[in-house]
Design a protein around this ligand. Structure first.
Ligand SMILES: [Zn+2]
Length: 89
């Protein structure tokens, strides 16, 4: 029992050390929101700090976002990622 406890404590301490050693990850600058269904095609594109990105988002670089917008993937109406990217005025 005592051994179990100390193992848990060690694991916790190790986790805390890891957390202290790594800087928090930067939020991605752009994210792609995946649609639902089998295809999971991109549904919308967002800026990284949008509050409405949902939970099916993957980080993307500006080139990917620009290409998706060109392909007709709509920009989010809240963060206006198209405007932020300078695709549309
Ligand atoms: Zn958005």
């Amino acid at each position: 029992m005592r051994g179990e406890l100390s193992r848990t404590e060690q694991a916790l301490a190790a986790a805390e050390e890891r957390e202290a050693a790594t800087t928090p990850p930067q939020p991605p600058e752009w994210v792609v929101e995946r649609g639902i269904g089998v295809s999971r095609l991109p549904a919308r594109v967002h800026t990284g700090d949008c509050w409405d990105t949902g939970n099916r988002c993957t980080p993307a670089d500006p080139e990917q976002i620009r290409r998706l917008l060109t392909l007709g993937v709509p920009a989010c109406i809240h963060c206006r990622s198209d405007t932020a990217l300078g695709v549309l005025e």
